[in-house]
Every structure is written in structure tokens, then in C-alpha cells.
Design a protein around this ligand. Sequence first.
Ligand SMILES: Nc1ncnc2c1ncn2[C@@H]1O[C@H](COP(=O)(O)OP(=O)(O)O)[C@@H](O)[C@H]1O
Ligand SMILES: [Mg+2]
Length: 219
Amino acid sequence: MTIVMENVSKLYQDGPKSFKALDSISLEVKKGEFLAIIGPSGSGKSTMLSIAGALLSPTNGTVWLDGENIANLSSKQITARRLKKIGFVFQAANLIPYLKVKDQLTVINMLAKHKDRANEGALLRHFGLAHRATNYPNELSGGERQRVAIARALINDPKLILADEPTASLDSKRGREVVETLANEIKSRGKSGIMVTHDERVLDLCDRVVTIRDGRLEE
Ligand SMILES: Nc1ncnc2c1ncn2[C@@H]1O[C@H](COP(=O)(O)OP(=O)(O)O)[C@@H](O)[C@H]1O
Ligand SMILES: [Mg+2]
């Protein structure tokens, strides 16, 4: 099991007011499994994904990443685990505007202190981006930018891929291609994936769909 969340709750404190964004969520994602999370805007999807990715800590509950309870780790250890084990894909590609495509990947390899950087070229070829290696983000199409973002998320060979509305900025054809890419990576390399989406047309590419409503999970 790559990720297990047990009774995870999240309370946002906004001055004197507090708001329960997640109410005792439990879920697990197996190796090779691609889970979709749907639900109305404001229901807690991004909060859940941020907790799964250790970008946010839960108010209550436990998150096991690859058999390790990440609540017990220092922030330095959490950063190291995130870099090593998790790949994030966001709604917008969030590429660094002044870096060429290949350097978007190099930066992550440098952060992770990887010595072998052969995977950069291999990933670009794999995603049909080799001819774009020396282009800047503003010279790419939306689909190409999102493919660079996926390549960047995979450079660490992460066990867990987390995607928050990865198709939101794309037309339906490009959106489907991007989710197919994610699904293929998860299946063929035995990774685990969680994708938050509004896009019902890509749900058939996922193994399982759960709904969040008012911070609670409905299966
Ligand atoms: N940092 C925050 N402080 C206070 N409230 C927040 C914060 N982030 C999100 N919320 C609230 O928590 C709820 C869930 O947000 P979110 O997880 O972003 O939902 P979704 O991704 O499903 O749209 C929303 O009502 C939102 O306004
Ligand atoms: Mg959201």
C-alpha cells in the first residue's frame, strides 16, 4: 500500500472562527492503482491531496506513506520524503518561465542530488518533447506544458503521483491525453496515483472513483 489515510480531519483556523474542511477521511491506494476524487468546489479535495502529499499536516488522523507515519517526521524529513517519493501535477503546469524545458527537469534532479541525469532526456523523448528541449514554457502549447509538468513530476521515479485538476487548463482531447499518460505511468511502473478532477470524461481511465462532499468521503 503506497498511501493510507486513517481518520484524517483538517480544521482551518481563520481568526476566532474554525472550519472543518475534512471530517474523518480514510482511504488507501494500492500499488498500480489510480484513484479519482470528485466533488463540488470547496468540498475539501485539494486539502485532502495536500495532506496526502505532506504539503499540509492533518489536525487529526494518520497518514502512512510507503509504510511510514509521516506525522512523526520533522519538516526536514518530510521535505526529503516528498522529493524522493511523491510527484505533484497541478492545474496549471507551474513551469519556471525563464528555464528551458530540459532545465525544468534538471532543477529537480539537482534538488534531489541525483548524480545520474540520463532520465531527463529519456523522459522528454517518452513524452514526445525531445524537439522542445530547448524551448521556453511560453513557446509551448498547453498540452505540451502539462506534459513537461508530468515529466518533471516523474523525474524522481516517485511511488505516489498526486494530480490536482490536471486537465483544467486543457481542451478535452489534450486533457484526455494527459490523464492517459498518468494512467499509463501508474499501471506500467506500479506507481500509485490520486487525481482530483471535475472532468467526468476522464473517469473511465481511473480504477476507482470516490466523492468528497462537505469534507466527508462517499464511495
Ligand atoms: N488556508 C485555508 N484557510 C481557511 N479555509 C480554507 C483554507 N484552504 C481551504 N479552505 C476552505 O476549506 C474548504 C475546502 O477547500 P479545498 O480543499 O480547496 O476544496 P476543493 O479543492 O474541493 O475546492 C473550502 O471551504 C475552503 O474555503
Ligand atoms: Mg481544489
